[in-house]
Write a protein that binds this ligand. Structure first.
Ligand code: ADP
Ligand code: ZN
Ligand code: ZN
Length: 742
């Protein structure tokens, strides 16, 4: 038997895997992720490595293959567990081991100079002056120059020191070693609290909160680690529950990772964690440079922090004794990676927790259908928080039928009822949020008079309008001519649905010239912190109305917002996708949850062309259970995830004819290896964008109940692709249970 081993991951570039022979006495003892010592390089120096895979055959000259020298007895190292996780990801999501390792392991960056470092003087004035005399006496000019500068100004940018004082990093390091100064990397959220824990406000947990905490903690103390789904409306105190759980886990000497989608990772949220955990908390976000990220990872590894907060990639923080992973807003799409390996954070977190003997907490006001399905089938424990902690009432939700507005002659994007309510709030000096649901907007064709949407006769997803004038199903490839007259009511007002935030801002200003309006969308938030600035301005009541896309749904609490208007609820409903109902329900519920967070009661208004659609009816009633029942029934009927599992095979190639042939062979091969298993093979279909930069794209779907069957078929397909050079000009990616049908 042979083992594939990566050598010395922390120092070498991750570009090669080496094969070693497994001595017979190690067989059965060795497993993936274990640390071993192997002879490496010309001098056969004993070098640390990690086992990433086993093979029966060797690709090299057998006489030259060396043997593993020994298994390190330290047990599985931190990196070893991450290597094992990478192996799991490769198996479950496809791609190469190197791609998985690059996702999982902290990689040292070469361009360290880019890191923004600060240098801080640690000595008082007297000590400093004595030391300065010493350096001058010894004729250590660079050291003296640096110390003199710090005596003038105790905190300096490293860049400044380097460029202006002509002092190298070596000199700075030397002074650091002597305890003269400390080198700090600049952190975005750290300064305000200056490493001090603030007085925590005394919290008396509600009965529901207590139950959730004790259920988790009882299991934890019995070392029954598992996955929990906290379903709690916005404002029900989920974050307080997470923090208490983390505090208890940390008190046992174990660490926690808190994943929050970047858009919800606002200053407010982060500060709550700092208040509770002080400088034992670290934040990872996309504004950090690669070097800073690496530094954060190393601080975690060294045991300097207990809690890492960040988006998806923070899941791979190398904590020495990870005890808990929290995934807030568990239903968010950003938890699915769109790069190879296309992993889902929820599943990967659970896999990591198993390796670490840790627990996972999933939290959401609108849990994903997958998570609720697993909870109902006993895979996760369900913890419910039904009430808002301050006993604020949920907003009252109204539904306005836009078809009726049209019939009554109102062609404005603002219904009459919404206009009335806006006027009322402006007069009371309360605030308003207007929300344009743009997610999933994909050029579907709908009737402005009756709300009819043209769907695929085979798939129950809406057809997309392509520039070639055809209407296309992105799921099965079905095509038809664009309709000119509504097949349902005969109206000519059938066409692409279009409306933008800018357009809405103009309409609002026309109707309410006295109102102060802020707009938040991709255009207005492009600048650094643009997102945060607009939210802060609105929180300071510098505007009466905030118009925005789904970006405004998350983050800040606005106590003075008493009205939320959802302008076109349908826009995500008819995107060409089986998750459209779920996404719409989530967006509407979260948007409505923004109203009435303060002392005043809130109201929300949903404008729609399809007031009878279950996603809209149940969102208006704020009834998650009713929504889930309808949705899971639909998924069962159609065989969509989570009931069945779906594997998308995305194939792209510069030559259209080659692509066609490749897909044909892949499909034939899939049919062959399917054997007696019940696997539906669908496509190849054209994805939403059939060509990008002159590269053509097609997609094949495999659908079956058993996830394992899909993994086996993926492995065989990968081998088939590898040994057939015909596929070389093609790029082939696997995507398990894709978030949308692309
Ligand atoms: P969620 O994360 O579910 O939206 P939060 O944890 O943010 O809810 O709680 C909403 C607000 O209520 C926060 O300001 C929080 O400090 C407060 N809160 C939560 N639980 C309690 C409690 N038991 N007593 C008092 N205030 C609470
Ligand atoms: Zn119609
Ligand atoms: Zn179809």
């Amino acid at each position: 038997m042979f083992a594939n081993i990566i050598v010395d991951i922390t120092h070498e570039k991750l570009d090669k895997i080496f094969q070693y022979r497994v001595p017979s006495h190690m067989e059965g003892e060795l497993s993936i992720g274990m640390e071993v010592l192997v002879p490496f390089g010309k001098g056969n120096r004993m070098t640390k490595g990690y086992v990433v895979d086993f093979t029966e055959n060797c690709d090299y000259d057998l006489s030259k293959v060396k043997e593993i020298a020994e298994i390190s007895r330290k047990g599985m190292a931190i990196e070893g567990k991450l290597v094992a996780l990478a192996a799991w990801m490769k198996e479950n999501y496809g791609g190469t081991m190197i791609q998985a390792l690059k996702t999982v392991l902290p990689i040292k960056q070469k361009e360290q100079a880019k890191v923004k470092k600060k240098v801080r003087l640690l000595l008082n004035e007297e000590e400093g002056k004595t030391k300065l005399d010493f350096y001058l006496h010894k004729n250590q000019k660079a050291r003296a120059r640096l110390l003199a500068a710090l005596l003038d100004e105790p905190v300096l940018d490293y860049e400044l020191i380097n460029k202006k004082l002509n002092i190298t990093l070596n000199v700075v390091r030397a002074l650091e070693e002597q305890g003269v100064l400390s080198i700090e990397s600049e952190q975005v959220y750290r300064n305000p609290i200056q490493n001090r824990k603030q007085q925590e406000k005394d919290i008396c947990y509600t009965v529901e909160q207590k139950n959730a905490i004790e259920c988790f903690w009882g299991d934890y103390q019995r070392q029954q680690y598992g996955t929990y789904l906290i379903h709690g409306v916005t404002g029900s105190g989920k974050t307080e529950v997470y923090m208490e759980m983390i505090a208890r886990v940390a008190a046992k000497g174990r660490q926690a990772i808190v994943l929050i989608p970047e858009i919800a990772l606002t200053f407010q949220t982060v500060m709550r964690f700092y208040r509770r955990f002080g400088d034992r908390v670290s934040i990872m976000n996309s504004r950090l440079s690669a070097g800073e990220r690496y530094d954060q990872m190393m601080r975690a590894k060294a045991g300097e922090i207990d809690v890492m907060i960040g988006p998806r990639s923070a899941l791979f923080t190398p904590f020495p004794n990870l005890g808990l992973i929290v995934i807030d807003e568990e239903h968010e799409n950003t938890y699915k990676s769109e790069q190879i390996p296309r992993y889902h954070t929820r599943e990967t977190a659970i896999a990591r927790a198993k390796l670490e003997q840790a627990s996972v907490i999933l939290g959401s006001a609108t849990p994903s259908v997958e998570a609720m399905y697993r909870a109902k089938h006993g895979e996760y424990k369900l913890l419910e928080l039904h009430n808002r902690s301050g006993n604020q009432e949920m907003a009252k939700v109204h539904v306005v039928d836009l078809r009726e507005e049209l019939r009554e002659g109102n062609r404005s994007i603002l219904s009459r009822k919404l206009q009335q309510m806006i006027a009322d709030r402006l007069q009371k000096k309360e605030q308003i949020m207007l929300f344009l649901n743009r997610r999933g907007y994909a050029g579907f064709i709908s009737c402005r008079e009756c709300g009819f949407v043209v769907k695929c006769p085979h798939c129950d997803v809406s057809l997309s309008y392509h520039r070639n004038g055809k209407m296309v199903c992105h799921y099965c490839g079905y095509e038809q001519e664009r309709v000119q007259i509504c097949p349902e009511c005969g109206s000519r007002h059938i066409g692409e649905f279009k409306a933008g935030t800018q357009q809405i801002e103009e309409v609002v200003k026309k109707h309410f010239p006295e109102a102060r309006v802020l707009r938040m969308d991709l255009d207005t938030t492009r600048s650094k912190d643009g997102h945060e600035k607009i939210l802060a301005a609105f929180a300071n009541e510098e505007a009466d109305i905030l118009v925005g896309t789904q970006m405004i749904v998350k983050g800040h609490d606005f106590p003075n917002v008493t009205l939320v208007g959802i302008l076109a609820a349908d826009m995500s409903l008819y995107s060409n996708d089986y998750r459209a109902g779920e996404r719409t329900f989530q967006l509407l519920t979260q948007a409505a949850g923004r109203a009435g967070r303060g002392a005043k009661k809130g109201e929300a208004l949903i404008q729609t062309y399809s007031p009878k659609h279950y996603a809209i009816v149940t969102a208006a009633a704020q009834d998650y259970e009713a929504f889930y029942e309808e949705e899971i029934h639909y998924r069962e009927l159609m065989g969509y995830p989570p009931v069945d599992n779906l594997l998308a095979i995305l194939v792209s190639c510069e030559k259209e004819a080659l692509l066609e042939t490749g897909c044909k062979y892949l499909k034939e091969f899939a049919v062959r290896i399917r054997g007696a298993e019940e696997v539906a093979i669908i496509g190849p279909a054209s994805p939403g964008i059939g060509k990008i930069n002159d590269v053509y794209r097609k997609v094949l779907y495999l659908k079956t109940e058993k996830y394992d069957t899909l993994i086996k078929m993926k492995n065989k397909l990968e081998q088939y692709i590898e040994v057939n050079p015909g596929f070389n000009p093609m790029r082939i990616q696997f995507d398990f249970n894709p978030m949308h049908i692309s």
